[in-house]
Design a protein around this ligand. Sequence first.
Ligand code: ADP
Ligand code: MG
Length: 187
Amino acid sequence: MMMADAVKLHSSGYADIFLKDGICTKKMSGSQLYPDYHKRFYNFIRRKDYYVKLLEIKDPFEYSMEYLDIYSTVDRYLHPDNPNFKNNIQENILDDILRVFNQVQIDCIEFSKTLWKSKTLPEGQYWVHEDVHLLNFVITKDRKVKLIDIDSFAIAESPIHFSYIDTFAVLTKMLQHAYDTKRLLET
Ligand SMILES: Nc1ncnc2c1ncn2[C@@H]1O[C@H](COP(=O)(O)OP(=O)(O)O)[C@@H](O)[C@H]1O
Ligand SMILES: [Mg+2]
């Protein structure tokens, strides 16, 4: 595909993300989509508005998705050094951040069970997001919490990926500070 009019939104050693005609395209070099990804993922995110919507998979290295008008990553949104921190924590989406973070793991376990039942995945194997960190959770300008980096779902032997461990610790610490500060500001 010609990318002449496309705007590059992001570039890392592993992936480039382009915006063109209101649609985002992610081209990966360091990883590739899990086989059968498309069908599985469609089933997985059906009716769940807290995942970025997948539009089309061109090949294992390239897919398109809806463009999100991103206000901030959760990491930055909750960071006490952020000049907007005090405003952010009073926007009443702290509960949503916690809910979406936990929901992703619940969704993965429930989806794994569905795959077991339909015998499309051997029991004891799990559908899991393997890059859970606070840069992959974003807040849109209309203040919805969304998981991006959806190419990081994979099949694994355990429902717990090591990336949850530190991220859960960091998130709960940040949220606790946010809730405490919010309460102080309100008194
Ligand atoms: N659907 C999207 N809409 C708008 N910006 C996006 C979208 N997906 C990714 N981005 C931008 O690209 C950045 C990196 O995206 P991500 O998928 O996490 O890439 P990587 O695999 O390199 O971590 C995000 O922080 C965001 O700024
Ligand atoms: Mg990422």
